[in-house]
Design a protein around this ligand. Structure first.
Ligand SMILES: [Zn+2]
Length: 476
């Protein structure tokens, strides 16, 4: 597909620098770091921003691995959001279609955030070069956002006022398909419940002990009974962080369970949090223990922005698909052999597409107004979308049907197909930024759409004033 529009220069600027950003993505892939521990990945991004001449601020919002790079003067402010955190337990060699950890139990980029951050930084760089070449007033910022996997750094960055002067925020996520993201994520919050009882010899004096582990078990049973009586889109999951030790003959004096509570809207979510807290209090009452609830993180649901979505879709259509070749398809087909048929078939339905048997990589742009099942995930981009007009796309980087958070996704993270998706994502985001900077009517329409939504929907950041970034959450 050929470009007929006057934004082509922005894409040439992105292409000119893309090899260095493929290498950045690959370097971040090689040092997979968990929530708030992304020191080396953040340092790579800061170094690239400095090399490209951005004004860089590190350690923003009280988070050592969060950073912002800015370029340009005056005018509208465009924020392009990047991520670089990895996942635990997904260590995997690149390029092999069988599970082969590099380090047993090690981390891996199972959500493609190595590509996510690098493409966003490439987009910001191309917009910076475009602003300089055109002499246009406007600023572009790259937001290096850590801990997307449950750490809600963007919510803390919003709370710190880092988006107060932003006009438009743009983001993307690697996927098996390409198109504009629908605003269908769930609001979520993570709360840790720590019960305290009394230790005792479990055989000699059990009547003197009060078990915190019993309280955790009773709380989980209570939540299980609640599940039947909550909105059908809501989700509650848990992990026992501390079961009180390894000795059955000691009554467990302390135990901690972490609950992740999700719902369609913030108000439904807060109502569920209230009910889960009441269940925890009930468990404490039954066991004569005490309980303290501590919120760790929280994300709002995503809010869409129609004018920006149309602009993003138009950019993707003009750009065409990622341009996969026969070698890319053959490589992806090897991975498809490791997926279930159901994984492959279900992945089409999520984007309203009909199943195409034998398609290993998708080169199409899915329709803007597809009808899909509700997504049951959450993202901290949601919180940003409540304070700034925000748009996101997905871009195909890996085989159709690749499960999220899987070793197969890690193994495809350095492939030529991943680089092609990275490049397309960068150009689509940069194209939207240039549209906003050069078409005042688009910015006005995006702001009017946002204002109309907010007039009807009051917002309270799920990152409330009393919580600190959970910098040690991955240390458990
Ligand atoms: Zn992700």
């Amino acid at each position: 597909m050929t470009d007929q529009q006057n934004t082509a220069e922005i894409w040439r600027l992105a292409d000119a620098k893309s090899p260095a950003f493929f290498e950045l993505s690959d370097r971040v892939w090689a040092v997979p770091e968990l929530n708030y521990q992304e020191e080396r990945s953040a340092a790579e991004h800061a170094a690239m921003l400095e090399k490209e001449g951005f004004r860089v601020e590190k350690g923003v919002a009280g988070i050592p691995t969060a950073l912002i790079g800015e370029s340009g003067e005056d005018g509208p402010v465009i924020a392009i959001l990047g991520e670089y955190d990895a996942l635990p337990g997904l260590s995997q060699e690149a390029g092999v279609a069988e599970q082969r950890p590099i380090m047993l139990g090690g981390n891996g980029h199972g959500c493609g955030h190595n590509m996510l951050g690098s493409a966003s930084l490439l987009a910001a760089t191309a917009v910076k070069d475009w602003l300089a070449a055109k002499g246009i007033k406007g600023r572009v910022r790259y937001y290096g956002c850590p801990a997307e996997e449950g750490g809600s750094s963007k919510g803390f960055m919003v709370r710190s006022g880092l988006f107060d002067d932003v006009d438009v925020a743009i983001c993307w996520h690697p996927s098996s398909f390409t198109g504009v993201s629908k605003a269908i994520s769930l609001a979520c919050v993570e709360v840790e419940f720590t019960f305290r009882g009394r230790a005792s010899h479990a055989a000699a004096s059990p009547h003197l002990g009060r078990s915190a582990l019993d309280a955790v078990e009773l709380m989980n049973i209570g939540v299980n009974y609640m599940r039947e009586h909550m909105p059908s889109d809501a989700r509650v999951h848990y992990a026992i962080i501390d079961a009180g030790g390894i000795a059955p003959n000691v009554v467990q004096a302390q135990a901690t369970v972490r609950h992740l509570i999700r719902a369609r809207t913030l108000s439904e979510m807060w109502d569920l949090v209230r009910r889960v807290k009441a269940i925890a209090d009930g468990a404490a009452l039954m066991t004569e223990t005490s309980v303290v609830a501590q919120q760790l993180s929280g994300d709002a649901n995503l809010v869409g922005n129609r004018p920006l979505e149309e602009a993003m879709h138009a950019n993707l259509i003009r750009l065409g698909g990622p341009g996969f070749d026969a070698a890319d398809r053959a490589f992806a087909a090897e991975f498809q052999k490791t997926f279930s048929k159901e994984d492959i078939r279900a992945s089409y339905g999520r984007f309203g597409l009909s199943v195409r048997e034998g398609e290993s990589l998708s080169d199409d742009i899915y329709p803007l107004d597809y009808v899909a099942a509700l997504s049951v995930g959450s993202t901290d981009v949601g919180t940003v979308s409540w304070v700034v007009p925000t748009v996101q796309c997905r871009v195909a980087c890996y085989a159709v049907g690749t499960p999220g958070h899987s070793w197969q996704l890690v193994a495809q993270g350095l492939a030529p197909a991943a680089h092609k998706g990275l490049s397309l994502a960068a150009k689509a985001m940069a194209g939207v930024a240039v549209d906003v900077l050069s078409q005042p009517a688009l910015l006005k329409a995006a702001k009017a759409d946002f204002a109309a939504f907010r007039a009807e929907n009051p917002f309270q950041n799920p990152i409330t004033d009393d919580i600190e970034p959970p910098l040690d959450m991955a240390a458990h």
